[in-house]
Design a protein around this ligand. Structure first.
Ligand code: AMP
Length: 385
């Protein structure tokens, strides 16, 4: 076994694994392999982005006991690439292997009612909200929060799925039934100036680092582009970083945690949500930072000291959604020819679909706004016919 004498620390080539075979799992595995770990995945299919690159795979739904048992036989330490892993499954694994982040971090962030209750309990600023478990709760929420408001399913929502903007009180019941009448949170509408996020890495000894604040632009509720550092000024930047560290510390997270914020016109930061893992807005750290968010996930999981999170250069990232394939394969050569500084990442997904994240491109530039302009220009070239 590749364990040094200190408990909780693993040396390469120990076998470490991620639950979830999507692109986040894939980039974790690649970072782990670069450091010499044997990197495995628990994946729903054997052709998922993560399974394609892993040293070993267990093909199983994420909370099937036989799959978890095989995972625990093969991996000394286990992390997750998404928050919807069942907390009992993580607790079961944690009795046998190192599991980082722990079940509590995942359990809080996988349900919006728990997440917002946690923020309230720890006095972390967020938009006013109400839990909606009955039609009466929704009527009360409308009275308390005003309209418009946004209704979000408590669990399983992502990329704007499982949420609806409610404009008129008479539409309340149809809005809730369109979400399946499941437990929801009603959230006051925030007319924000910008959306920003902070990726935090926290080690098992409690040490923590943050990346610079990222500025995120969404299209159809899906992240479209990120610029880092965000042009927000030192005070907002410091506040966002210290709030994110406070969240990670209060959760006792070991691993990577991302906190997403709304930045209001008045310069106020409100936490929108958090994810117990690397985040799309941190993908550019692969090229732009001394240590990427995925390397930090590996280091934290293995109990190794965290790496430097400084940017070596400002950067921008644009997502490549399946829509780009609508008229055939994008012209990769043309984009690369137009700007040799463009770094292409494709996740190995076979079937492009509208809104599906197929890959991303990163550009580094001394000026972050120019990095974004270059990345957007390269993406336009992909479909220019
Ligand atoms: P979420 O899944 O909570 O991250 O929401 C997806 C996107 O919907 C966010 O990135 C915002 O652009 C928008 N959104 C979510 N909640 C609110 C809100 N309370 N007010 C305004 N826009 C929101």
């Amino acid at each position: 076994m590749s364990r040094n004498e200190s408990p909780g620390i693993l040396y390469p080539p120990a076998s470490i694994a991620v639950i979830g075979g999507g692109q986040l799992g894939r980039m974790f595995l690649q970072a782990a392999q670069r450091m010499g770990f044997r990197a495995g995945v628990l994946s729903a299919t054997d052709d998922a982005p993560g399974a394609q690159v892993a040293d070993w795979s267990v093909v199983s739904p994420p909370d099937h006991l036989p799959g978890l048992r095989r995972l625990s036989e093969q991996a000394e330490a286990i992390t997750v690439e998404f928050e919807n892993v069942s907390a009992p499954a993580l607790r079961w694994l944690a009795k046998r292997r190192l599991v980082r982040p722990g079940w509590r971090t995942v359990w809080v962030s996988q349900n919006r009612i728990r997440e917002k209750s946690f923020l309230k309990e720890h006095q972390i600023p967020h938009a006013p909200w109400r839990a909606v478990l009955t039609a009466g709760d929704l009527d009360e929420a409308i009275k308390a929060l005003g309209l418009p408001l946004i209704l979000k399913t408590a669990s399983s929502g992502y990329d704007g799925k499982g949420q609806i903007r409610l404009e008129r009180a008479e539409d309340a019941s149809s809005a809730w039934s369109s979400l399946g009448n499941v437990p929801c949170v009603a959230e006051q509408w925030v007319s924000f100036h910008a959306e920003v996020s902070v990726v935090v890495a926290r080690g098992f000894d409690g040490s923590a680092v943050t990346y610079p604040v990222a500025l995120n632009r969404h299209e159809r509720h899906i992240l479209d582009s990120t610029v880092m550092p965000a042009p927000v000024g030192p005070i907002v930047s410091m506040n966002a970083q210290s709030l994110s560290l406070a969240v990670a510390q209060a959760l006792g997270t070991v691993g990577v945690l991302t906190v997403e914020f709304f930045l209001t016109e008045a310069g106020e930061l409100l936490v929108n949500e958090m994810a117990p893992r690397p985040h799309n807005s941190g993908h550019l750290t692969i090229e732009a930072a001394v240590s990427s968010q995925f390397e930090q996930q590996v280091r934290a999981l293995a109990g190794l000291p965290l790496g430097q999170s400084d940017l070596t250069r400002p950067a921008a990232m644009v997502n490549l959604l399946g829509d780009l394939w609508a008229d055939g394969e994008p012209r990769w050569d043309a984009a690369m020819r137009s700007d040799p500084g463009v770094k292409l990442h494709l996740y190995g997904k076979r079937t492009p679909a509208a809104g599906r994240k197929m890959g991303h491109m990163t550009v580094l530039d001394p000026d972050p706004e120019i990095a974004l302009a270059r990345a957007l220009a390269a993406r336009r070239v992909l479909t220019a016919r």
